[in-house]
Design a protein around this ligand. Structure first.
Ligand SMILES: [Zn+2]
Length: 463
């Protein structure tokens, strides 16, 4: 592709300018959470729009639906017969948490040991920077891009994208595309380019089990009367088998197992029991329910039940009593293929069915989030892997993510089932959402270079 070399050397020569722009954007405390100043999120939308404009996009707009924080949209659509990609990132950030634990001020981006520290440096203002820098590299040299590009920068990702569906619906025609590039994920390790091809979903519920109107003297009453705390423990014990696997009937029926190719990628990551134990901080002698790459399959592609909280009586305020009731909050991570509503129904039915001794049980489910899986067999994944491998000088891999990112499903739902490339510049040391968030600057360069290649590689692929 003509112009690739020029685009790459443009980034090389202007890298510090982009880094400066990233730092400026990170100085704006664009926290989208309630109780933080709204002006700052609006200010970061404006600064983002200016940066995209400066990168050479010919249309840049700030979109602001009533009662929401603004999205920034930009486009360059002058490559007839070439595919159109929609590049996503978000300009809002998490709150800084405990300022005294930051080694440098949270909103004063600071370079140390090859990393840029500050809230939003990685999550996700670096995503904006990758889009702006890769676009500028082409438009400022050849005056054109090898593909058509749309850019959408959201302002409410950190609070769960409550209005993204509304934006996607309202601007559906403007946002139509052949491929999505969502730059808000993590690499498996520093310098290891990764495409996230699946996410787990989540359902949660409160369970209360009761036997009495109020607690009783355990000596005067204990024995004939069933203990609701033991009853709830029995219920919880039916949720998993001896190997920690979810054992609620029917729940596993629709789980989509990883393909041979995905398994090969997971295996290539070289995960070991020892490393997993160490990363998790698992105590000596405690079992672990899988080995090597099976750990990753379990984490990314199988459901998991956790008792998030459990309460009966109060610590330090205990008499010899028979409690009246017990409460637990149960969370079920859903693997790709599992439907939140169907799984909620199955789990509620099961809890009621196994509740012993005629105890009264009340189950209150909360709203669920769907799992997500893209089609990694689509040829665009090979193209993206090639571009990432070029940019990072290290083989790209497909990985999963055990967590839940609601916005991904919104996109796939509304824009049709377009292939989605989930990439990112976070690494295991980024500390996103915590204190001392940081961006690995070497990986940042590699991410920009990969995307410069991707525009050309995608055009050349003829997809
Ligand atoms: Zn993010």
């Amino acid at each position: 592709m003509n112009g690739r070399a020029e685009a790459l050397s443009h980034y090389d020569a202007n890298r510090n300018e982009h880094l400066k722009a990233l730092k400026n954007l990170c100085r704006i405390p664009s926290v989208s959470f309630a109780g933080y100043p709204a002006e700052e999120v609006k200010r970061s939308a404006k600064a983002t729009a200016e940066w995209l404009k400066a990168s050479g996009l010919n249309t840049v707009e700030i979109w602001e639906l009533p009662g929401t924080y603004p999205c920034v949209y930009g486009e360059w659509l002058q490559a007839p017969n070439a595919p159109t990609i929609l590049l996503y990132a978000h300009h809002d950030v998490q709150p800084p948490l405990r300022e005294e634990l930051w080694n440098s001020p949270s909103f004063e981006p600071t370079e140390r040991d090859g990393r840029l520290y500050g809230r939003g440096t990685a999550d996700d203002k670096a995503g904006i920077a990758v889009h702006a820098a890769s676009i500028a590299a082409w438009l400022k040299t050849t005056g054109s891009l090898p593909v058509n590009v749309k850019v959408l920068i959201e302002g409410e990702e950190e609070i769960g994208s409550p209005n993204l569906t509304a934006y996607l619906q309202h601007y559906r025609n403007r946002l139509s595309c052949d491929f999505l590039v969502l730059t808000d994920c993590a690499n498996y390790d520093t310098g290891k380019p990764s495409l996230t091809t699946s996410l787990r979903g989540l359902i949660t519920m409160d369970v209360t089990v009761s036997a009495l109107r109020s607690p009783l003297h355990s000596g005067m009453w204990g024995g004939p009367i069933p203990d609701p705390v033991a009853g709830l423990c029995k219920i919880i014990a039916t949720l998993t088998d001896e190997q920690g696997r979810v054992s609620v009937p029917g729940l596993l029926n629709n789980v989509i197992p990883p393909s041979g190719e995905e398994l090969a990628d997971f295996k290539a990551l070289g995960m070991t029991e020892k490393l997993f134990r160490q990363q998790a901080g698992l105590l000596e002698g405690v079992d672990i329910f899988a080995k090597n790459e099976e750990l990753l399959v379990k984490l990314w592609r199988e459901p998991a039940i956790s008792v998030n909280a459990f309460r009966a009586g109060g610590t330090g305020a205990v008499g010899n009593v028979l409690m009246d009731s017990a409460w637990a909050r149960i969370g079920l991570r859903l693997a790709p293929g599992m439907d939140p509503e169907h799984c909620t129904r199955l789990l509620v039915e099961h809890l009621n069915k196994v509740c012993p001794w005629g105890l009264h049980i009340e189950v209150t489910p909360e709203q669920g989030a769907k799992p997500w899986k893209t089609r990694p067999d689509h040829p665009v994944f090979e193209v993206a892997k090639r571009s990432l491998t070029r940019g990072y000088g290290n083989d790209a891999v497909c990985i999963g993510c055990g967590g839940t990112i609601p916005f991904v499903d919104h996109f796939t739902q509304i824009l049709g089932d377009v292939p989605a490339l989930l990439v990112g510049i976070e690494d295991p040391y980024t500390n996103a959402h915590s204190e001392n968030e940081s961006l690995h600057l070497g990986d940042f360069d590699k991410a920009v270079i990969s995307q410069i290649h991707f525009f050309a590689d995608l055009a050349e692929s003829g997809l």
